[in-house]
Design a protein around this ligand. Structure first.
Ligand code: ATP
Length: 620
């Protein structure tokens, strides 16, 4: 039992230390925005803002003094000159205006620092997200991520602004006022203020820590709701196909309800926290005023002193009230930033080796040597795969669905690293060269083409952004899509819709082919690149592609065997192993798996043609 408690205790303590470490890390990270290396103008801005802050606080502290003098002058009735108290009141007014004006100027000058921090943190996260591997992106929940980044960057700005302009200045003002009151009236008022502050801070700290769990739960539920909403809207068609609108609404509602429940708890606890804070401050002020009242009564203080103490206390405790809010918000922002930092600290799965050289391209010989691969440790997808494609050779991979064909192209592109064995291009292991140079030479037309929600021109041009308009058109001509584009009212400016959904599957595929042609890769990979096309268009494109890829190493993954019979070599993959290899004729002669697939497809083709003819004659 004792051991259990000790272990729990130790666990809690170590968790606490980890959290503290995280907070320090965050503060260090934020500090880098407050004092950016090599940015003189920004440092100057920050110094200016801090000076304005000092001025504002200095003027602020003088305001109650003007008030005291004016009250004393008015109540003494000694002078016939009304001009003195009026000058003091005017001074009081001017000091108030100046204090506010300095604060506003400070905010205006600081805004560039805050906004720059938001931009840089957002950019850093965005870049990091693009560095993370395919494994992360397949599992990611887009809605949740965008929410975490949005909240995190806002949190950064909040913390920067309030740390610098709220917590530090309030503390500064606090010490100034304590010093003035101690100097003028002895220790009593300073003592009351310090006691009030201790109670206030303790209450705020305990209350805020208690409430933080609601905030974390709210964030989680909010991200969950956002993820569900985005996922559901992206799959709009599927929702309609199955008439599942109510089901989707219910899932969304469930996540929102979770948020609602936590938000209510958070607000109720906030009300208690606020009430406690108000009581503590009211007690502090009341006790001070009672003491001051006695002192006025026995003549050791003037009415002006009484007014000044009151003004100081209100001036001090008002920001203190605000400080409670700021502390809560800072904790909240830290919680928000945690989620964003969790993204930026996600391990980058595929990294370049330090100072990895670029690929030295010598013709484009691709070689897989005893490659084995599994996505998860428990099931192996590829086993002992060895093959070589000589420079300029055309090799095809065929095999049943799920046998690992696309996985081979993903490994070549280094979306994942092989589990064992190695892949080389021109005798260089692809893990030893920079990813940029590797991916620069490979052009892939993937199985599922997804386009950006931009114009057709933008999507083709994406293959090589610096290409000229005539090069874009030439690529479109080669991929047999130019005439179609020209027939559209807006031509190349036509928007393709979310993920390219305004186009047919075949049109999307042809745009994908055009953009890969435009990239002018030195190694081409077609992953069922023409599967969505009718056979006439397919054969036209294949002729074009033969032209484009005449001297280029080409790897084609195909289901329809008729499209790859001219390949130099055909590899037959089944359940992750290569079971046959050779040219079309050699494989037919072997009378193995390939021959079986070929005859089967021929039978299907014959049956299809027969049915088509029959339907035509029946129609006549
Ligand atoms: P198809 O002809 O249907 O496109 P394929 O031969 O190209 O199939 P792959 O996409 O390479 O097959 O997939 C091979 C196996 O790996 C399949 O069993 C698939 O379920 C599995 N797989 C693919 N991607 C992942 C992934 N990201 N995580 C886990 N398993 C995966």
């Amino acid at each position: 039992m004792t051991r259990d408690i000790n272990e729990k205790d130790i666990h809690q303590k170590s968790e606490h230390i980890i959290k503290l470490n995280e907070t320090f890390k965050t503060i260090r990270y934020l500090a880098s925005y407050l004092w950016p290396e090599d940015n003189f103008s920004l440092k100057f801005r920050i110094l200016l803002a801090v000076s304005l802050l000092g001025l504002a606080k200095g003027v602020n502290v003088s305001i109650p003094y003007f008030l005291k003098e004016a009250v004393d002058q008015l109540s003494a009735n000694t002078s016939d000159l009304i001009i003195v108290p009026i000058a003091l009141i005017a001074g009081y007014g001017i000091a108030r205006v100046l204090a506010q004006a300095f604060s506003e100027l400070r905010d205006a000058i600081f805004s560039k620092v805050g906004q720059r921090a938001i931009r840089l943190a957002g950019l850093k996260t965005f870049k990091h997200l693009h560095l993370l591997g395919l494994r992360f992106h397949i599992q990611r929940k887009t809605g949740g991520i965008s929410r975490a980044v949005e909240r995190g960057t806002k949190g950064i700005e909040f913390i920067l602004r309030f740390m610098l302009f709220n917590i530090l200045p309030t503390l500064l003002e606090f010490f100034l006022v304590c010093a003035i009151l101690w100097y003028l009236y002895g220790v009593i008022f300073t003592g009351i203020i310090i006691c009030t502050l201790i109670f206030y801070v303790a209450w705020t700290f305990i209350g805020t820590e208690f409430r933080l769990k609601y905030r974390r739960a709210m964030n989680q539920k909010d991200s969950e709701a956002h993820t569900k909403a985005i996922d559901s809207l992206l799959n709009f068609e599927t929702v309609k196909y199955f008439g599942n609108e109510d089901h989707e609404a219910e899932r969304f509602n469930l996540a929102l309800k979770g948020y609602e429940k936590m938000a209510i708890k958070s607000e109720i606890s906030l009300a208690f926290l606020n009430i406690g804070q108000v009581i503590i401050i009211a007690l502090g002020i009341t006790i001070s005023m009672i003491v001051a009242g006695y002192e006025v009564e026995d003549g050791s203080m003037t009415i002006g002193d009484f007014v000044m103490i009151n003004a100081y206390l209100i001036q001090l405790f008002l920001p203190l009230n605000f400080l409670g809010f700021v502390y809560r918000e800072i904790k909240r922002s830290l919680a928000d930033m945690e989620a964003m930092f969790a993204l930026t600290s996600q391990n980058i799965e595929i990294r370049d080796k330090p100072n990895a050289p670029s690929l030295k391209f010598k013709g484009g010989a691709v070689s897989f040597e005893n490659v084995a691969f599994n996505y998860q440790p428990e099931n192996s997808v590829l086993r002992n795969i060895s093959f070589t494609i000589r420079p300029g050779e055309k090799v095809a991979i065929v095999g049943p669905s799920g046998s690992g064909k696309s996985t081979i192209s993903r490994l070549l592109f280094r979306f994942y690293d092989v589990t064992s064995g190695r892949i080389t291009i021109d005798q260089q292991d692809i893990r030893d060269i920079s990813q940029e140079s590797l991916r620069g030479v490979i052009g892939i037309v993937p199985q599922d083409t997804v386009l950006f929600n931009e114009s057709i021109y933008y999507n083709i041009n994406y293959g090589r952004p610096e290409a000229s308009a005539s090069e874009v058109e030439a690529a479109a001509v080669l991929s047999k899509i130019h005439d179609f584009i020209k027939s559209l009212p807006n031509g190349y400016d036509t928007n393709v819709g979310e993920r390219g959904l305004k186009l047919s599957g075949g049109e999307k595929q042809r745009i994908a082919i055009a953009r890969t042609i435009l990239k002018r890769p030195k190694i081409l990979v077609f992953d069922e690149a023409t599967s969505a096309l009718d056979s006439v268009t397919e054969s036209k494109i294949l002729t074009s592609l033969d032209e484009v890829s005449a001297d280029i190493t080409t790897l084609t993954i195909a289901h329809r065997l008729s499209t790859i019979i001219n390949s130099d070599k055909i590899l037959v993959l089944a359940e992750g192993t290569l079971i046959e290899r050779g040219s079309h004729h050699e494989l037919l002669k072997k009378n193995g798996r390939y021959a079986e697939m070929w005859h089967h497809q021929r039978e299907l083709e014959k049956a299809r043609i027969f049915l088509e003819k029959k339907n035509q004659s029946e129609a006549i």
